[in-house]
Write a protein of this length. Structure first.
Length: 124
């Protein structure tokens, strides 16, 4: 599966396999990143993926502009190492412990999980 297409291209950065869930809620297709707590919506999965790509692009652009990506990822439970320019997604057990909505999705809805290659901008 190819990387999410984002308008903002970060030439220097770190590639991260971002775990995403795809499911339908009240007739709307949803792509959800529990590790970033970001969503994309659409009439079908393709539209939801495009919506998620836009949401992710806005998130990465905003946090890069505000120089707050590292702090926000840490707040979300990511391990951020500025020296090695690496980031590690929180463990699923940690996400499930802290996120009642994720528990609801995983226990009460049919869903598909997939990893999407994603480029995060370089950390200072």
């Amino acid at each position: 599966m190819k990387a999410l297409a984002c308008e903002a291209q970060f030439t220097e950065g770190v590639d991260v396999p971002l775990a995403l869930l795809s499911y339908v809620e009240e007739g709307v297709h949803v792509i959800y990143s529990p590790a970033l707590d970001l969503y994309g919506y659409g009439n079908d999965e393709l539209e939801a993926r495009a919506g998620f790509a836009t949401t992710l692009e806005e998130y990465l652009s905003f946090t890069a502009e505000e120089n707050s990506l590292s702090a926000d990822l840490s707040r979300l439970g990511w391990v951020v190492n500025p020296q090695s320019h690496s980031v590690t997604m929180p463990a699923w057990t940690s996400l499930l412990d802290k996120n009642p909505y994720l528990n609801d999705v995983m226990m009460n809805r049919p869903f598909k999980k997939f990893d999407q290659p994603t480029r995060f901008p370089a950390f200072a």
